[in-house]
Design a protein around this ligand. Structure first.
Ligand SMILES: Cc1ncc(COP(=O)(O)O)c(C=O)c1O
Ligand SMILES: N[C@@H](CCOP(=O)(O)O)C(=O)O
Length: 401
């Protein structure tokens, strides 16, 4: 029904091989389905509720999945921010409404299910926070031990709390995320742990359902543009891959312009697009308040560059100030609470609109990837503290004056 294929040289591998990169050329793998042999139709999907598993025919898991009811996230019309920008069709798909508060849950329900089907006994990842929170929760649900490596001092409080509480073995390394990923990859290969970062082709299968859902939420219509914050570049690649499959099945006849947004202090993908580079140049010291996308050497860059270029999309960088201003605007003008990395997608659209680089009539879906409560410290730093008063009405009235 499916096989693993190298995105670079096309070498193929059987689905039961525990492999993350091509033995021949070292590039990443992807899952390729025999689409002609799949019994699937829009009607069949429409009879199921909106969730990752609505699309199970296009997912690699064959048995009962390890699930916490992921997906089915809201698509909000950003009427107020859209009005300010002259964009009447601006939407946010709120992935922070997943079980652990980020889009990673879509990947982990598939990844941990595959770990079980493949007989793996321990799962592992490196993380800027959300991957570890999600993996820890799904590993707990699947009763599989879990090891996570975090860059010391650079992970938002809520995310560390989740990984600890769900029972992962949490190790902080004195180095950045890119180094942690290198280390955990080596650990998994040498010790036989199952690696569940986005180098794992099965995990990304779950994430492609963001695009499927967005189209279904528009009654089958394809938005003109999908905008995603880019860190390790797995999510934008996954969404694009899924949409290509829908196109091959004849369910859609065009693709949205895939648009990637990075933080100004961590923008290797933006540079590769702007300078038309074939191969991305990593950044050795990425820095941004949006710690989730503080990644200098995105492992999925090759896939992401194809996604952006093949759809006529673009990439742009936003400053930390622009990210935080949009985090506040989403919270205060739309009632939508997101973490800084997530606000980057909408901040990017604000920038592109102000520069006149997008058509104002476009229907745009910004994926907002993680919940506000993930990073309470950054929230509190931006807000006035509560006013403490004596417990009587006159103090209350004078405080409100
Ligand atoms: C909240 C959030 N947004 C965006 C990203 C970036 O996604 P990707 O690494 O798939 O590009 C991440 C981490 O990966 C994240 O945790
Ligand atoms: N933001 C990510 C970074 C790791 O990305 P992954 O998609 O390769 O797992 C995180 O939450 O850790």
């Amino acid at each position: 029904m499916y096989r693993l294929v190298c995105v670079h040289c096309g070498a193929t591998y059987t689905p039961d091989q525990i492999i993350y990169t091509c033995n021949r050329c070292g590039h990443l793998l992807t899952v390729e389905y025999d689409l002609d042999g799949i019994d699937v139709s829009r009607d069949k999907w429409n009879r199921r509720s909106l969730s990752v598993w609505r699309y199970r025919e296009l997912l690699p898991v064959r048995g009962e999945p390890v699930s916490l009811q992921e997906g089915g996230t809201p698509l909000y019309h950003l009427k107020n921010i859209g009005k300010e920008l002259g964009l009447s069709e601006l939407y946010a798909k709120h992935e922070g409404m997943n079980p652990t508060g980020s889009f990673k849950d879509r990947g982990m329900t598939v990844g941990v299910s595959m770990a079980r089907e493949l007989g793996m006994t321990t799962v592992a990842c490196a993380s800027t926070g959300n991957t570890s929170a999600s993996l820890a929760a799904y590993a707990a649900k699947g009763s599989i031990p879990c090891v996570v490596l975090l860059p010391a001092g650079k992970v938002a409080l809520g995310k560390v709390a989740q990984a600890l509480m769900h029972g992962a073995r949490v190790i902080s390394i004195r180095g950045n995320f890119d180094k942690a990923l290198e280390m955990v990859h080596e650990l998994c290969i040498s010790q036989g742990l199952y690696l569940l970062n986005s180098v794992n082709p099965y995990r990304l299968e779950g994430q492609k359902t963001i695009g499927f859902e967005a189209i279904d939420q528009f009654g089958g219509e394809v938005p003109d543009r999908m905008v995603l914050p880019v860190g390790n570049a797995g999510n934008i690649s996954a969404v694009y891959k899924g949409l290509r499959e829908l196109e091959a099945l004849g369910f859609i006849d065009r693709l949205p312009m895939m648009t990637g947004i990075q933080a100004a202090g961590s923008q290797p993908v933006v540079r590769a697009i702007e300078q038309n580079l074939e191969v991305l140049v990593p950044e050795s010291a990425p820095e941004t308040v949006a710690t989730a996308i503080r990644i200098g050497a995105p492992v999925n860059a090759e896939k992401a560059l194809v996604a952006i270029r093949e759809t006529g999309g673009t990439a742009a960088a936003v400053t930390d100030e622009e990210i935080l201003a949009m985090q506040r605007d989403l919270a205060r003008k739309e009632g939508i609470g997101v973490e800084p990395a997530s606000a980057a997608s909408v901040a990017g659209i604000r920038k592109l609109a102000e520069l006149g680089l997008i058509d104002k009539d476009e229907r745009i879906v910004c994926v907002v990837t993680g919940h506000l409560l993930k990073d309470p410290e950054t929230v509190v730093r931006q807000c006035e503290p509560p006013i403490e008063i004596d417990a009587d009405l006159s103090s209350l009235l004078s405080a409100l004056r």
